[in-house]
Design a protein around this ligand. Structure first.
Ligand code: HMG
Length: 442
């Protein structure tokens, strides 16, 4: 908050792709134990784009309902965060600007630093609104996570976009002014200009992530930020949900606090409410059954109640399970991942009013930022649970052969092409003409 003006996220939406790859199918095709993915990585599925989808179509799909609800007045800036951009020069946001018929009196910019850049965009947006409280900023994070076929990163692919409207007097989240920051030049993950897939040193990426968490948390304390005891929920960047668990264990070590370390084993993303589906009785996600949250319903609410009431004696519930429900099904959405976790928390935790959330953003290469925000009372009136769950359920599964063929298909800008109409989403990538990408309303 700046003086009496609070600034933060007024509206947020999540969109994903037309297709999904189920990790059980992937395991079967690869002769791998499916529990390696469900439990070892904490992932059930990953979203995969149709040939007529990309970061632009997902971004426009995420932003459209926000613009529909609140119009364009005062929106003079769009910041588009991505690391799977479609051009080396032109911002992907220009196509979104056109698809959504946004006013020409705007600045539209692309922001990059691996998965971290959405947080840079969000903080820049807060800065703009601090100076001009009458303005609103559209922040979009959109990515397609792609690793080489048959590489260890392959099951951690995914696709998704989150759009956020940043304004004064926000309806969802007030962002607090203190941040903990950490930058370190490290080659844990990157994508050279001539590669369509990321290069990654998996083991190094995990330690670089945790080192950045240490650095950002330490800086947060040095900057006078809140102690862990003053933070009610914690969200992490989720390249796979088990990584959030590793981060939580790490933060518990840094702070000396007894924190929840359970991610849900197998989530439908639907139904669970409150801190639902937390298996508080076990110490390792690897020992929970994969079917538990596939049937996350009223029964899980009852479990949540008992988990809450035993919180005084057990580890603190900081929302680890609740914030990983969507991401288990999306896969890694890079820049959008932390904010997909935010959507999941806001949509499944009914006890957030006035609570402080800690958010840890990580981007390989690397930057880490730990910042905090307060949930605005009434946030629950703006749930996305139905639309996000419907979108996840509506994805069309790909056979592993079909997925591999789509993964291998690469478009060259040198040839004019018209893409087949596949997506059921509101916007589509129509093809290439004269080396330029064309988009249209579906
Ligand atoms: P891997 O070699 O496939 O997996 O790589 P593993 O053999 O290390 O196994 C993974 C876990 O599954 C282990 O648990 C195993 O014990 C367990 P852990 O030791 O981690 O607790 N396991 C099983 N559990 C139950 N039943 C079984 C079973 N088998 C094994 N049968 C790796 C995993 C994550 C390295 C790989 O997927 C990868 O390279 N992914 C891409 C990189 C990545 O996601 N890194 C995360 C940190 S960096 C980051 O977050 C930034 C990023 O988003 C990019 C950006 O910033 O732009 C990636």
């Amino acid at each position: 908050a700046a003086g009496t003006v609070t600034i933060g996220i007024d509206d947020i939406e999540l969109a994903t792709s037309h297709h999904v790859v189920r990790l059980d199918d992937f395991a079967e095709a690869n002769g791998t134990d499916p529990n390696k993915f469900r439990l070892g990585l904490g992932q059930d599925e990953f979203s995969f784009p149709a040939p007529d989808e990309d970061v632009v179509t997902m971004a426009a799909a995420a932003a459209a309902p926000i613009i529909q609800r609140s119009g364009t007045e005062g929106i003079r800036t769009m910041l588009f965060a991505t690391e799977s951009g479609i051009d080396q020069s032109k911002a992907a946001g220009m196509a979104v600007h056109s698809l959504l018929d946004l006013p020409s009196q705007m600045r539209v910019v692309e922001v990059k630093e691996a998965c971290y850049s959405a947080t840079a965009a969000l903080q820049a947006a807060v800065g703009i609104v601090t100076r001009s409280p009458g303005q609103r900023v559209l922040v979009i994070a959109s990515d397609v996570a792609r690793y080489a076929l048959d590489s260890p990163g392959e099951p951690t692919q995914g696709a998704g976009a989150v759009a956020m409207l940043v304004s004064a007097d926000p309806k969802l989240l007030e962002i607090e002014p203190v941040s903990g920051l950490n930058s370190a030049d490290v080659d844990d993950f990157w994508r050279p200009n001539d590669s369509t897939t990321a290069i990654v040193d998996g083991a190094l990426s995990v330690t670089a992530y945790l080192d950045a968490l240490t650095g950002a948390w330490t800086d947060l304390a040095a900057q006078g930020g809140p102690a862990m005891a003053q933070i009610d929920r914690v969200l992490y960047h989720q390249p796979f949900t088990k990584m959030a668990k590793k981060a939580q264990v790490h933060l518990a070590g840094l702070t000396g606090e007894d924190l929840d370390t359970e991610v849900v084993a197998g989530a439908s993303g639907a139904g669970a409410s409150g801190a639902g589906a937390v298996d508080a009785g076990t110490s390792d996600a690897g020992s929970t059954g994969p079917t538990a949250a596939h049937s996350a319903t009223a029964a899980d609410s009852a479990t949540a109640g008992s988990a809450d009431s035993s919180a005084a004696t057990g580890p603190r519930d900081t929302g680890l399970a609740t914030s990983t429900l969507y991401n288990r099904r999306l896969g890694n959405s890079y820049t959008a991942s932390l904010y997909a976790g935010l959507c999941s928390l806001l949509d499944h935790d009914e006890d957030l009013a006035g609570k402080r959330i800690g958010l840890f953003s990580y981007g390989s290469g690397s930057v880490g930022e730990f910042f905090t925000a307060r949930v605005v009372p009434g946030y629950e009136q703006h749930s996305r649970r139905r639309t996000v769950t419907d979108a996840l359920d509506a994805r069309v599964p790909l056979s592993i052969d079909a997925y591999r063929a789509l993964h291998a298909a690469e478009l060259s800008s040198a040839e004019d092409v018209t893409t087949p109409k596949v997506t059921a989403g509101p916007f589509r990538f129509a093809g290439i003409k004269g080396r330029a990408r064309l988009y249209e309303r579906a």
